[in-house]
Design a protein around this ligand. Structure first.
Ligand SMILES: Nc1ncnc2c1ncn2[C@@H]1O[C@H](COP(=O)(O)OP(=O)(O)OP(=O)(O)O)[C@@H](O)[C@H]1O
Ligand SMILES: [Mg+2]
Length: 453
């Protein structure tokens, strides 16, 4: 019998070492090594593939197909590409299984063929109960309770489904590795086998992945390199909406988002998320303003709030929710030094309403204006949209996609836009909305608060 070798692998990055280490030399994680048994490589040669000229590669008609859920299709870059491997990660209970069950139902209704839903986590009656709640009563969704990848492949060979869902990658295992399911080796091996299989047969594979406490996909980062598309399903516990975010996509734009609302009957697409995020806005409050953030190709209007109050302790507190705290600290410094507005004895809290997370710097100017608004107790007009990147010298820099931001604001009924002068240079050709370009924060303060003069 072939001798089984033992190796120690970092559970965070997949680095392997012949002996145990306290700290991974590659990713510097502490106490991340676990023992994994390796079987000697099978030296059987595989049938070699032949090179094909680029010109003669054939693309079938209707290359991509929709899942019937427009929000999901958009995040995928316009639909599912045959043979692609799509990894959907997310916190426990966020709705990963629900999303995939609903999209499988959509694929079945669209293509009229059978799909295979492999569940290694939930029993078949549990899935049936969920399907009943979602109103899915389809006879072409085949369920399989199985943890062995080899058995899954056997079923797939027999069935030839239009798509496969593996729920979840942490619970399946391959016989070629003796280590337990969920270990780095198993996750990596299973994903690469699924990837090779998907590419060979053209069947798209959806993999559900769990997320660790730190918010990264459980398993090696390598997993993200293996698959074609990585989607994160996120949401706030206190809110019913969920956001599907694409972080890697070989067939579409990244940072694209889809917005859903989780209800008793499953996930409902939110067609107009800006209206949803602004729905509870009320009054002419100091410290609040609306900015336009572009996620992928889609503009989203979100409310930013700031609260500035004198600190009762020696050290002022700075808290940011939904936006990077470093970015906020930088803006506070610009406000103090360039704007000449002292904030050293003030507690500052910044919040992006609705549990949304803004990652782009286009929200800078809006955050800065809300801080000043709260400090000076001067409200910003409700019908105003503010966006622009703020540099360290107080200049307001132009941002990408200004036109779609302005269009979205007009659609929702905003009347005034404060944007970087660099963006003002384009001709927006809109007469029903007043557009003011600003060069630096002084001009911005003047433009935003001028109605009080
Ligand atoms: N009756 C219901 N009414 C409203 N929402 C519900 C109902 N039942 C379930 N949900 C929602 O569905 C979520 C669970 O969905 P799902 O099982 O798809 O999540 P998951 O991400 O697959 O979880 P896991 O990580 O455990 O696999 C719950 O957190 C809840 O928000
Ligand atoms: Mg699940």
């Amino acid at each position: 019998m072939a001798k089984i070798k033992i190796s120690y692998q970092c559970q965070a990055c997949g680095y392997s070492s012949p002996k145990w280490l306290g700290r991974c030399p590659d990713c510097e994680a502490w106490n991340s090594f676990a023992e994994e048994k390796l079987k000697p490589k099978n030296l059987r040669s595989q049938s070699a593939s032949e090179p094909v000229m680029l010109d003669s590669v054939e693309i079938k008609d209707g290359f991509r197909y929709g899942t019937g859920i427009d929000e999901f299709d958009r995040v995928l870059g316009g639909g599912v590409v045959p043979g692609s491997v799509i990894l959907v990660g997310g916190d426990p209970g966020i709705g990963k299984s629900t999303l995939l069950l609903q999209s499988m139902n959509g694929i079945v209704n669209k293509l009229g063929s059978t799909v295979l839903y492999v569940s290694a986590e939930e029993s078949l009656p549990q899935i049936k109960i969920r399907a009943g709640r979602l109103g899915i009563g389809c006879d072409r969704i085949a369920l399989l309770f199985e943890t062995s990848l080899e058995n899954i492949f056997m079923t797939v060979e027999k069935m030839k489904p239009a798509a496969i869902v593996v729920d979840s990658i942490q619970t399946v295992f391959t016989d070629t590795l003796p280590s337990a399911s969920g270990s780095v080796g198993q996750i990596r091996e299973c994903s690469s086998k699924l990837m090779v299989y998907a590419k060979k047969t053209g069947i798209p594979v959806f993999i559900i992945g769990h997320v660790t406490k730190e918010g990264a996909l459980a398993g090696p980062r390598l997993l993200e390199h293996i698959v074609d598309t990585v989607l994160y399903f996120e949401g706030d516990r206190g809110h019913s909406y969920r956001i599907l975010r694409s972080v890697k996509n070989r067939f579409g734009s990244t940072n694209e988002i889809g917005v859903f609302e989780m209800g008793e009957h499953g996930l409902i697409e939110v067609i107009n998320p800006s209206a949803l995020f602004l729905s509870e806005r009320h009054g002419n409050n100091g410290g609040s303003a609306v900015t336009s953030s572009v996620e992928g190709t889609r503009p989203l209007l979100v409310e930013v709030q700031s609260l500035v109050s004198p600190t009762s302790f020696g050290m002022p507190r700075r808290t940011a929710i939904g936006i990077d705290l470093n970015r906020v600290n930088l803006l506070i410094a610009v406000c103090e030094k360039i704007g000449g507005i002292p904030l050293g004895t003030m507690d500052i809290f910044v919040n992006v309403v609705g549990g949304l997370r803004i990652v782009e710097p286009a929200a800078d100017l809006c955050v800065l204006m809300t801080i000043i608004s709260s400090l000076r107790e001067r409200s910003i007009k409700e019908d105003t949209i503010i966006f622009g990147e703020v540099g360290l010298t107080g200049e307001v820099r132009s941002v990408a996609n200004a036109e779609i931001r302005v269009k979205e604001a007009r659609k929702i009924g905003f009347k005034r836009v404060i944007l970087p002068q660099g963006n003002r240079e384009n001709d927006f050709n809109m007469s029903d909305i007043s557009i003011t370009g600003v060069r630096d924060i002084h001009e911005a303060i003047e433009a935003v608060f001028d109605h009080f003069k």
